[in-house]
Design a protein around this ligand. Structure first.
Ligand SMILES: *Cc1c(COP(=O)(O)O)cnc(C)c1O
Length: 378
């Protein structure tokens, strides 16, 4: 590990084919199983590019080993299913990515797995039973950017011999290294910051220990979800600018959060980098940057929210996040549309809430776009 900026550009610190300055694409899916020089059986199954990409992301997350998948959900479901059997119990953090929440509510119970949901450290502690195998969290969370204390949760889990998994998508390894705070496994939707261009779906898993490699690798093989060499190459290419992109997104998001915080059209701003954020001090302790995601409530009903998005010229009303383009969405009609209004309000997601994924455009242009849309719509 050198410094992040350098490691992103020169990830494996190796000599490449014929002095090339970038890696190649090796499409082979069949490899000789006898190493003719050493007469050893290397037993490789994954392709050259899959292995490279897994290793690169592992180095960025400072883990022991890593692997990649065809989507974030493939990485998440593989991580969870590798360790749970009939009658086992898993505790999730309350705020979850919609797909993970659906997986917990619809898929795991079919397999006889019990799921609970915790909103704070006390709740995690109180929900632990003899059959609890996994604690699974997201921090910062979607869409309200709640922060959970990594080290406290990891310590509680360790004391009870429970595996810890974090979805580190929102932070990216540039802003948060959960394995250094005691977490066992970090998963990513590479579709977001790691890919970074809103054009490449993939997923990644990094583990802090070699012990669980076989069980995860075997589950991954059974359920499919592998990434092609071409996509791996695209992902590797995107990672070269990861640090550059995320730092710019951090800067932009903080400036926008501060702008919105003082604006008369705004009810609330949710950004862990604001001093007024309820878990600001935890964020400062465990994050190296506050990220490019923020949410805010307009002082208007749902019609105003729609009109505001309609008037935006630079920022696109679109799902997904983490890319170079700024995107905005209304969780009430997108990620959380399956909940009733009462259920939504109970978890703090109002009709007036908007989630902004800040891109790498000039800060002034993003703010100007928000300003002109507010002037016209509100
Ligand atoms: C998008 C997302 C996922 C799912 O990733 P896919 O690549 O779309 O399968 C999981 N977790 C978080 C936090 C996400 O934002």
């Amino acid at each position: 590990m050198r410094n992040f900026d350098t490691d992103c550009v020169h990830p494996l610190n190796e000599e490449l084919y014929n002095g090339a300055v970038t890696s190649g694409i090796q499409p082979a899916v069949a490899y000789e199983y006898i190493d003719r020089k050493t007469l050893q059986y290397p037993g490789f199954y994954s392709t050259y590019n899959q292995q490279r990409l897994g290793q690169i992301i592992c180095n960025l997350e400072q883990g022991a080993w890593g692997m990649v998948f065809s989507s974030g959900m493939a990485a998440i479901s593989t991580a969870i299913l590798s360790f749970l059997n009939n009658e086992d119990h898993i505790i999730f953090s309350k705020d979850l990515y919609g797909g993970t929440l659906k997986f917990a509510n619809d898929e795991l119970p079919k397999r006889g797995i019990k799921c609970s949901f915790a909103g704070d450290v006390e709740a995690f502690k109180n929900l632990i039973h003899k059959n609890t195998r996994i604690i699974y969290i997201e921090t910062p969370s979607n869409p309200l950017l709640n922060i959970l204390p990594l080290e406290e949760i990891a310590a509680i889990a360790k004391a009870n011999n429970i595996l810890t998994i974090i979805d580190n998508t929102f932070a990216s390894p540039i802003n948060q290294l959960p394995l250094l705070h005691g977490f066992d496994i970090s998963v990513h939707s590479g579709t977001k910051y790691l890919g970074g261009h809103n054009d490449l779906p993939y997923g990644a898993l990094v583990s802090g220990s070699h012990e669980n490699k076989d069980v995860i690798f075997n589950t991954a093989k059974m359920y499919g979800g592998s990434l092609t060499p071409y996509e791996c190459y695209m992902a590797e290419r995107s990672l070269k600018t990861l640090s550059l992109r995320v730092k710019k997104q951090n800067e932009n998001a903080l400036a926008i959060a501060e702008y919105l915080n003082g604006n008369t059209n705004i009810e609330n701003v949710y950004y862990p980098g604001l001093f007024s954020h309820p878990q600001y001090s935890i964020a400062v302790k465990q994050m190296n940057g506050f990220g490019g995601m923020l949410s805010f409530e307009l002082k208007t009903g749902f019609e105003g929210v729609t009109a505001f998005q309609q008037k935006l010229k630079l920022i696109s009303p679109a799902l997904s996040l983490g890319g170079v383009e700024s995107l905005i969405c209304s969780p009430a009609v997108t990620s959380h549309r399956y909940l009733t209004k009462e259920e939504r309000y109970a978890i703090g997601i109002k009709d007036s809430l908007l989630r902004l994924s800040v891109g790498i455009e000039d800060t002034r242009d993003i703010i100007e776009d928000i300003q002109q849309a507010m002037q016209q719509a509100l």
